[in-house]
Design a protein around this ligand. Structure first.
Ligand SMILES: NC(=O)c1ccc[n+]([C@@H]2O[C@H](COP(=O)([O-])OP(=O)(O)OC[C@H]3O[C@@H](n4cnc5c(N)ncnc54)[C@H](OP(=O)(O)O)[C@@H]3O)[C@@H](O)[C@H]2O)c1
Length: 248
């Protein structure tokens, strides 16, 4: 099998969970495409791992998603694995949230996820694995994050529906829902403030039976499992990877 028949797309694959997943999948021998919006971010990802093929794209923009599909098709590749990872989180205090903030979250985390899978589906081989990156907030009412929480509940629902919709092609669709993970997203949510980040990590360590915040590699290892034949009978699940935080 040529590596073009064994390709992977990781959306938002230039930092955090997406980059760690892309590197882990490249380690397994896949040809890996990654997307991201920022050109310097894409360059840095390819510098960090020259096996990655970078495509500049905005997953909340339908024309941009179509351009990703066109580029992968032009390279002659088909996808064995699709990791729909690009996502955002912003504070949305009830009573203080404007429509633009609401729309940014839903445009990427819900609309972007739907149209990424719809647009890329023709490039997926029969028996492919689709992995949606959700969050434990799909089942938790984390304070001041209700819009993000709801967006991830939608992701969990998409996986269940698409496992059914794509059954004819034996395509598995699962949600991988991380707990808190040390990434640039969490740093941004804490306003880039070191003391606030320390306090958040201390809370995550205390709240989780594993006693620590997650690392991107903790998530990437489970992405490679869901991508693999070892997970051939795992379909439609929401798999929590949170050290037990949301389970107790
Ligand atoms: N970190 C956590 O604690 C945590 C917990 C649970 C779930 N998650 C979920 O895990 C996923 C990844 O989170 P992360 O913490 O790794 O995020 P991150 O550190 O902010 O990295 C996000 C990645 O996605 C890209 N990206 C952002 N917006 C994009 C867009 N509109 N189109 C294409 N690419 C985009 C970013 O590059 P550019 O900015 O250059 O586009 C970057 O490569 C998200 O779905 C998030 O909700 C994270």
């Amino acid at each position: 099998m040529s590596d073009l028949e064994n390709a992977v797309l990781v959306t938002g694959g230039t930092a955090g969970i997406g980059l760690a997943s892309a590197v882990a999948l490249a380690d397994k021998g896949f040809k890996v495409f990654v997307t991201g919006r920022s050109a310097p971010g894409l360059e840095a990802a390819v510098q960090a791992d020259p096996r990655l093929t970078a495509i500049q794209a905005d997953s909340s923009d339908l024309a941009s998603i179509q351009a990703v599909a066109d580029r992968i098709r032009a390279e002659g590749a088909t996808l064995r694995v699709l990791v729909v990872n690009a996502g955002t989180a912003e504070t949305t205090k009830l009573g203080q949230t404007d429509i633009a903030t609401f729309d940014r979250t839903f445009d990427l985390n819900v609309k972007g996820v739907f149209f990424t899978v719809q647009t890329l589906e023709p490039l997926l081989i029969d028996g492919a694995s689709v992995i949606l990156i959700g969050s434990i907030v799909s089942i938790k009412g984390m304070a001041d994050l209700s819009v993000y929480n709801a967006s991830k509940a939608a992701v969990r629902s998409f996986a269940r529906s698409w496992a059914n919709d794509l059954r004819g092609r034996r395509i598995r669709v699962n949600t991988l829902s991380p707990g808190p993970v040390r990434t640039p997203l969490v740093q941004r949510l804490r306003g880039g403030d070191a003391a606030s980040l320390d306090a958040f990590e201390a809370w995550a360590a205390e709240a989780s039976p594993s006693g620590r915040i997650g690392q991107p590699e903790d998530i990437a290892d489970v992405v490679t499992f869901l991508a693999s034949d070892a997970a051939r009978h795992v379909n439609g699940v929401e798999l929590f990877v949170d050290g037990g935080l949301a389970q107790i």
